[in-house]
Design a binder for this molecule. Structure first.
Ligand SMILES: Nc1nc2c(ncn2[C@@H]2O[C@H](COP(=O)(O)OP(=O)(O)OP(=O)(O)O)[C@@H](O)[C@H]2O)c(=O)[nH]1
Length: 401
């Protein structure tokens, strides 16, 4: 009897010990997903165990706190989770990308009437004297086309008007259309490099300053790719703004796309990016898209951090597309941002957002000219499908319509 009792006691103790270890094993397994590769020279300092919890410090920040105000040390990306999409029955069907610029033409035309219609009115008048050319110049400069391109366009138009003799409004419209299209450059390759490699997904990274529309762009792009039947995975490497990862996961879930994110505020963004790409390789998806935190281009540490995110991804894949998101309403300021970002991460394309809210559509020309990088996409509203592949002819037609 005593022997049986002793056996039962041993079994109970044994079960208690095993039960206690299970969570430890599970936690260890979760953490083993973390990126543990060698640190780069400019990596953030490793955590000092005696230091106050940086996650705690971060969580006291408001969503509006700028990235440069955060503590130097960063929490590791422990507690990574993959947010799975909603039930298939609740999934949305995104619109195909083709023809979107034409569909959204009215928005572009509405905010750029001054440019297209203004130029047409000026050039269709009975007499084109110096005063008119000055007004044409002013209109182009106000639309943020940039000084060099404005001069170039005015000189060409002046020559062509001279040669033309009679000027019907149709003639003027055709001439203006032709010259504007040349300026926007239809020869640039605007396709996105998102073809899957034999053994791994294509990786696309989105960068830019605060609030330009990076997360929104990744969400809208996920929809475009889903409409093209691609398998997509998102990585929420904007670990600074508390709501950003949630925002991204919600975008993804709506169209059946999973998101890799960290539960820890201020987690190491490179680590989240690494894990997202790893999950993309293991899941054999077509495209992994990495959202990054907004950062001011004049903060060296933050720009270094961005370079690190890219380098860490490159330990297991190539970064095929780096899209710089610029807010069209900030006009020429975007040029300064573009310059610095392109020094750090080799920008392959521009996304120009909020073109629906500005009469400065000419910034497309200025950016391409100063950077030599094509505008590949334009944002024309806050709606889920208000992102369009950029096309020189449709764009100019919208300006002149
Ligand atoms: N009108 C308009 N609003 C846009 C467009 N694209 C983005 N937005 C809005 O811009 C705001 C900022 O967008 P986010 O995607 O959160 O910007 P973000 O760059 O990720 O922000 P940070 O992570 O703080 O740097 C949101 O209110 C978007 O709805 C656009 O093309 N048109």
């Amino acid at each position: 009897m005593n022997q049986t009792l002793a056996i039962i006691v041993y079994i109970v103790i044994g079960l208690a010990v095993v039960g206690g270890l299970v969570p430890v094993f599970l936690k260890a397994r979760k953490n083993s997903q973390n990126y543990t590769g060698p640190r780069d020279a400019n990596d953030p300092a490793p955590l000092d165990p005696s230091a106050p919890d940086p996650a705690g410090a971060d969580s006291s920040m408001s969503a509006g706190t700028l990235l440069e105000d955060r503590p130097e040390t960063q929490a590791p990306a422990s507690d990574l989770e993959i947010v799975e999409p909603v039930a298939p029955s609740a999934l949305e069907t995104p619109l195909p990308a083709e023809g979107r610029l034409v569909r959204l033409r009215a928005r572009l035309a509405k905010s750029n009437t001054a440019l297209g219609k203004g130029l047409l009115a000026l050039l269709s008048g009975d007499k084109i004297d110096e005063g008119v050319w000055e007004e044409v110049e002013e209109t182009l400069l106000l639309a943020d086309i940039g000084t060099d391109s404005t001069m170039e366009l005015v000189d060409t138009l002046r020559d062509r008007v001279k040669v033309l003799g009679t000027r019907s409004p149709e003639h003027v419209q055709a001439m203006l259309r032709e010259e504007l299209i040349k300026l926007v450059d239809p020869t640039m390759d605007r396709s996105l490099n998102i073809s899957r490699h034999e053994d791994r997904p294509a990786v696309l990274m989105v960068v830019g300053v605060n609030g330009v529309g990076k997360t929104t762009t990744v969400g809208k792009l996920a929809r475009v790719f889903v409409a093209e039947d691609k398998d997509v995975l998102l990585g929420a490497a904007d670990t600074f703004r508390a709501a950003a990862a949630e925002q991204l996961a919600t975008w993804g879930a709506r169209v059946g796309v999973p998101t890799v994110k960290s539960d820890v505020d201020g987690a190491d963004p490179a680590s989240v990016a690494f894990e997202a790409v790893k999950a993309g390789i293991e899941g054999e998806v077509d495209v992994v898209m990495i959202d990054t935190a907004g950062r001011l281009q004049n903060k060296v540490g933050l720009m270094d951090e961005l370079g690190k995110v890219k380098r860490v991804i490159e330990k297991q894949a190539t970064v095929d597309e780096v899209l710089l998101v610029l807010d069209a309403t900030t006009g020429q300021n975007g040029l300064a941002q573009a310059k610095v970002f392109s020094d750090v991460v080799n920008i392959t394309g521009i996304v120009l957002t909020k073109l629906d809210g500005t009469a400065k559509g000419g910034i497309v020309v200025a950016i391409q000219k100063s950077l030599g990088v094509p505008v590949k996409l334009v944002g024309l509203g806050e709606g889920a499908d208000d992102l369009a592949p950029f096309d020189a002819e449709s764009f100019v037609d919208a300006l002149l319509s």
